[in-house]
Design a protein around this ligand. Structure first.
Ligand code: 13P
Ligand code: SF4
Length: 335
């Protein structure tokens, strides 16, 4: 754990209130450690009630966050949709900064908190608003489809956003022969492999998914009988080719729940397997560990502190927000 938890008493009352949560995480959290985590979880759940707050947690958050304090869990698309629908006053984003910005864009009147403002993303930091303007000058009239893993500045220069769960649908919805799709070159190549629409892209990549290789997947297949391999579209094309299915984190989870493979390799961030293992007892999860250091900046202790101190509040310059919101709303309108 990144930072020491301030020691709070693990009382019998807290033990009883958190017993059903422990059932879901016990395969990954030793009993001794639970004595530290349960009081934090209990305190966060009390603070949420006091402040009419909800925790939106991405599928890559650790099991104690995912099962212990999240009100809504999901992929980037689900989190954006659910943020837009909530009637809570406060949203705590257990995820990275671009996700919190997206929540602020769709909920401008709510307080959006990020427990650690340093939680970035290699894709979001690969491109700026000025880069998008330069692309537009180079390819006049070609619409810009921007992955949500970007800053509000970049979204503001875009026609429409997409996530890994709707990228192909968004590109097709534009009804044009050529689009600029930024900044993930691998997501762009995944979309290009499924359509005749010409895709112009950018040199961005996810630092977690780009490390996997087709050779690594084939080694797993050779060694393990009856293995199903599911990859995230942020992986390089040779990894996707070597896999049985590719989709967003929510689509990966649905695949496992619906098909219940005997053995599965989720080619993505480590915590995903831990989070869904309890609900898929018939499936054995292989874990080629890819840890996102940005996602892992979020911890129980900084979620609690965030609610106690109402920091760090995420704000977006109103002039930027207005244009960026349009790109996100156009995406949400495509069903
Ligand atoms: P999704 O959950 O939308 O598939 O995104 C994966 C990811 O890397 C988010 O940072
Ligand atoms: Fe960004 Fe990759 Fe981490 Fe997702 S997993 S937040 S895309 S660095």
């Amino acid at each position: 754990m990144a930072e020491a938890l301030e020691r709070r008493a693990f009382t019998p009352e807290i033990e009883a209130r958190t017993a059903s949560i422990y059932e879901k995480v016990k395969a990954h959290v030793p009993r001794a450690e639970w004595q530290l985590l349960a009081p934090e979880i209990d305190a966060i759940n009390r603070l949420k009630r006091e402040k009419n707050a909800i925790v939106l947690a991405h599928n890559y958050q650790t099991p104690e966050i995912y099962h212990g304090v999240a009100d809504i869990v999901g992929d980037s698309l689900a989190l954006a949709r659910r943020a837009a629908e909530t009637d809570a006053d406060v949203i705590v984003q257990a995820g990275v900064h671009f996700m919190a910005e997206t929540s602020k864009l769709v909920c401008p009147d709510k307080t959006v908190l990020i427990p650690d403002a340093r939680a970035g993303c290699s894709l979001a930091s690969s491109i700026t608003g000025a880069d998008v303007r330069a692309l537009r000058e180079r390819y006049p009239g070609v619409p810009v489809v921007t992955y949500v893993n970007t800053s509000a500045d970049v979204k503001a220069e875009s026609d429409i956003c997409c996530t890994s769960g709707n990228a192909l649908k968004i590109v097709k919805s534009l009804g044009v022969p050529r689009v600029i799709m930024i900044p993930d070159k691998y997501l762009a190549s995944f979309v290009a492999s499924q359509t005749d629409i010409e895709i112009i892209t950018w040199e961005g990549a996810c630092e977690v998914h780009e490390r996997f290789s087709g050779d690594e997947i084939r080694e797993y297949r050779d060694a393990i009988d009856g293995l199903t391999v599911i990859a995230h579209p942020e992986c390089p094309p040779d990894v996707i080719e070597a896999s049985d299915f590719a989709g967003s984190t929510a689509e990966m989870i649905s695949y496992v729940k619906d098909r219940q493979p005997e053995r599965v390799l989720l080619v993505t961030e480590c915590s995903m397997s831990d989070n869904i293992a309890a609900e898929s007892p018939g499936t054995e999860f292989m874990k080629p560990c890819g840890l996102c250091p940005h996602m892992k900046r979020i911890t129980l202790s900084n979620i609690r502190r965030s609610l106690e101190t109402m920091t760090t509040e995420v704000t977006v310059d109103p002039a930027v927000a207005e244009r960026a919101r349009l790109a996100v709303e156009r995406m949400l309108a495509v069903r």
